[in-house]
Design a protein around this ligand. Structure first.
Ligand code: BTN
Length: 321
């Protein structure tokens, strides 16, 4: 890490630190600290400087930064690298390009804003700057192919838990992988996989995560989407949230084989017990969601009593006419 990155990391705690203490910690002169502060300010970071107290990173900095994300991780082995961009078309697209070029397991791509944020089922994902966390994680798990479909459900548990850890508020999961707070969506996940040459193993998967951290939605979206801050009054720091998600993914992804994430998934799943409508290929099914099976499929009981295990797509509560 260079002086600037070291300085950012040192200031990440949010407390004032004197120029002398910073110089000692970084092993550079006070003048070098001052220059690094100026350089960070020119990049848009807001650094408060108070006589006899020192420097502190203002909360209003609110910028995504590789150093700040890493500073929230207990050790570097949690992720191989973090790449932060001001603007990308889609973090998933960039992550897939990096993965195809050989980027290792645990590479994280994040962006302040996306111009072509992608959602599931061909939808777009609104990605305004400053108010959301848009990140993609490259994973190369050694998993049998039929278990790979559960990456997305395990990721949903990881993200739900990370948001809860930082906000103190409860989240729910709507099958397959939408995260909800108080009945409206705060996060969507789009997992894209690439198969190995022999087609019976996974080369890599990119887990794309979009969290609405602050702000509100208008028009039709206002009924279905919301943000963490709007729901619970707490605005998690986006760098800390990114790191927390990385930690929770590290915890839950290795449990896919023995279904270690399923208890937490089932506990939060919110369609179970409701009348739902789901589309399977060209067929639209209406029935009662009665649970999640051991492969994270949604079990729907049809009016004739038969049960269908739905592996992909989307299900919604049936609107009462
Ligand atoms: C959905 O709700 O349909 C899934 C939304 C996934 C959005 C995230 S934001 C980061 C990553 N990059 C993308 O283009 N999409 C995912």
């Amino acid at each position: 890490m260079n002086v600037k990155e070291e300085l950012l990391k040192a200031l990440a705690g949010g407390d004032f630190i004197s120029g002398a203490a910073l110089a000692e910690r970084l092993g550079v002169s006070r003048n070098a600290v001052w220059k690094a502060v100026k350089s960070l300010e020119s990049e848009g970071y807001v650094i408060e400087s108070v006589t006899a107290k020192g420097y502190r990173l203002a909360e209003s900095s609110n910028r995504l930064s590789e150093s700040l994300i890493l500073s929230h991780l207990p050790d570097r082995s949690m992720c191989s690298s973090v790449r932060v961009f001001d603007e990308l078309g889609s973090t998933n697209i960039t992550a897939k390009e990096l993965a195809s070029a050989g980027a290792p397991d645990g590479t994280v791509v994040a962006a302040e804003t996306q111009t072509m944020g992608r959602g599931r089922l061909g939808r777009s994902f609104a990605s305004p700057p400053g108010s959301g966390l848009y990140m993609s994680v490259i994973v190369r798990p050694e998993l049998e192919l039929q278990l790979c479909s559960m990456i997305t459900a395990a990721a949903a548990v990881a993200v739900a838990e990370a948001v809860e850890n930082l906000s103190g508020a409860e989240t729910r999961i709507k099958w397959v992988n939408d995260i909800y707070m108080n009945g409206r969506k705060i996060c969507g996940i789009l997992t894209e996989a690439s198969l190995g040459l022999e087609m019976h193993s996974l080369d890599y998967a990119v887990i794309g995560i979009g969290v609405n951290v602050s702000g509100s939605f208008e028009g039709e979206l206002a009924d279905i989407a919301t943000s963490v801050e709007a729901e619970c009054g707490v605005r998690p720091d986006r760098n800390a949230l990114c790191a927390e998600i990385i930690k929770e993914l590290r915890k839950y992804l290795p449990t896919i084989g023995e279904r270690g994430f399923l208890t937490e998934y089932r506990r939060r799943e919110m369609l179970t017990g409701s009348e739902v409508t789901t589309t399977v290929g060209r067929e639209t099914l209406t029935g009662k969601a009665v649970g999640i099976d051991d492969d994270a499929n949604l079990i729907v009981e049809l009016p004739d009593g038969t049960q269908r295990h739905i592996g992909s797509g989307e299900a919604n509560r049936t609107r009462k006419k």
